[in-house]
Design a protein around this ligand. Structure first.
Ligand SMILES: [Zn+2]
Length: 169
């Protein structure tokens, strides 16, 4: 039967069959189509929420504030990680890895042995990135800001040699 002789139901089934044959033959194109659909839908949704945000500024502010409060650890960690990733060094570390390292040192700076708490510990690279160090957790140690600054670009592993000086001078 030719398409023009079909009734609407038959025509629908015919189109569906063609479509299915096509998708079976080109699975990659199917993925691309789904993705395109998702993206266009997403941008539509984004526009809608932007419009909503503009007409409800107070409520939007509150939602953003709530979100920040609920995810403060996550946000802090992401900005911490982004800072080190920007330097284009090899490797990466997870929040979990960093937390367990800080837990291991009990929130104490391993340079001056002051209890400064997780929030005040900075990510120090044992081998500085400028000297070829990576962002893998094995190259990281928690130092307070002061010790991190003092260490500068020296290669000092306080996890393995707790009594070594941070800098030569
Ligand atoms: Zn310190």
């Amino acid at each position: 039967m030719r398409p023009k002789d079909m009734n609407p139901e038959q025509y629908k089934a015919h189109k569906k069959a063609i479509n299915q044959r096509y998708l079976k033959k080109h699975p990659d194109r199917r993925k691309a189509t789904v993705r395109r659909h998702y993206l266009s839908h997403k941008s539509y949704k984004n526009t809608q929420s932007k419009v909503w945000a503009k007409t409800n500024p107070e409520r939007t502010k509150q939602i953003q504030k709530d979100y920040r409060e609920r995810n403060i650890d996550e946000i802090r960690f992401k900005s911490k990680l982004a800072k080190y990733k920007r330097r284009n060094a090899e490797g990466s570390f997870t929040k979990q890895e960093w937390s367990s390292l800080v837990e291991y040192t009990l929130g104490i700076c391993i340079g001056c042995e002051e209890l400064v708490g997780e929030e005040n510990l900075t990510v120090d690279h044992i081998i500085p990135i400028s000297r070829g160090g990576t962002n893998y957790i094995s190259n990281l140690q928690p130092l307070c800001m002061k010790c991190n600054f003092e260490k500068g670009t020296n290669i000092v592993n306080l996890l393995e040699n707790p009594n070594v000086a941070l800098s030569d001078d």
